[in-house]
Design a protein around this ligand. Sequence first.
Ligand code: NAP
Length: 493
Amino acid sequence: MTVTTERESELLASVPTGLLIDGQWRSAASGKTFDVEDPATGKVLLTVADASAEDAAAALDAAAAAQDAWAAVPPRERGEILRRAFELVTERADDFALLMTMEMGKPLAEARGEVAYGAEFLRWFSEEAVRAFGRYSTSPDGKSRLLVQKKPVGPCLLITPWNFPLAMATRKIAPAVAAGCTMILKPANLTPLTSHLFAQVMQEAGLPAGVLNVISTTTAGATTGPLIKDQRLRKLSFTGSTEVGRRLLSDASETVLRTSMELGGNAPFVVFEDADLDAAVNGAMIAKLRNMGEACTAANRFIVQETVAEEFAAKFAEKMSAMTTARGTEPESKVGPLIDAKSRDKVHELVSDAVASGAKAVVGGAPVDGPGYFYQPTILTGVNEGSRILSEEIFGPVAPITTFTTEEQAVRLANNTEFGLVAYVFTRDLNRGLRMGEKLETGMLGLNAGVVSNAAAPFGGVKQSGLGREGGLEGIEEYLYTQYIGIADPNAG
Ligand code: NAP
């Protein structure tokens, strides 16, 4: 184990390294393990159990066995477990933040932000657990009564990505707990440690054995594939790339498995000439550099009205060039490493392709030498409309700028993608902002705002960005099904 400080060693020593199955942390049936690395140094942080299909089957056995008793636990009690978990995560915010920075790379300040955001799902759904309302009504012909009730869908498989190791897990686990579902969590193999620590906190908060099972693995497809085909599994909630999402949707069709899909994005960031340019630049910094650009909500294409494009680019460049890259634990770190060498090389490939077809790197444009997978914060101007960088998810700290002249052209450019997760629009004209909301094909819109994530709001996309919503009033619905009972008229005799 190679770590840099005593505090880091102590924290790592407190993280469970096994698989959580039926309330017990255990080794993989095969005895296999895998290493988790620090992307800022490339060094091993911890070695954890590597699940196979056999372990996954044991996890589903546990989840299926616990389902009925868990669904019968009063909603208030389920809510109180979530509330305790919220308090425990908040008390241990520094531990969660440091662990995320170590395994994922984001600067500590951002990791603290994610802890607050991730914990908020626990608080929000602790409140929603008691509000899964149905209804009782008289049928239109008066001859019967209609009883509509909400019931937990049953055992769920939750698959999460590496970019928000805590929030992507709580955004699924909290509504599933609130709804009365049992679950199997499969975290990303690059960042399983935060999920392990969080699962331990859920145990401390009083979650019964078997309700939450955790199977970290390096063989995602082989390990979870049989679960998706098992009739006892009733729900798949996946956050990750559109490519893997498509494959899972196809697998899920075999048992007509209910799915929620939070997939990739290609967010346009549209700046009109009437915008407050300083506010737009501040919004651009957040929308681009949050999580080093490794976010599905990251602004991927800056579409700026021609009349202000030069001024916007100059102000944006001044801020971007002041951003320091360093391991997220360093006080000067504003931009951490990318998750691995493959991601960094892909970012550079997209930048090189854009530059080869005429774009200019006004800031950055290259990987950073030395250990870790850092990439320079980069701004590209004069990007050709056909460049790959405008159609693929960049997942790095790179901002390509293109220009437009009319509102219609801005809408056309913004919608010119198979993705539809989020868009950002900066304008002082509220009517124009709302008009853009009507014309943009996205599940979310940031109006003069560079970040939209909020536990109280429905997060999700349209087109190939996904199906379903997480958070808000809608979030718990993904884990409930509606049952209708037709009742004969009680007055009929
Ligand atoms: P990914 O490669 O699709 O992986 C996501 C998860 O799926 C990981 O846990 C991965 O496991 C697992 N997985 C991969 N292949 C699988 C298979 N055949 N069967 C079952 N599970 C499989 O995505 P990523 O690189 O981790 O995450 C980045 C992507 O997530 C981006 O496209 C981003 O836009 C998207 N994202 C979307 C949202 C949203 O809310 N819309 C939020 C965050 C991220 P391994 O780690 O073991 O490969």
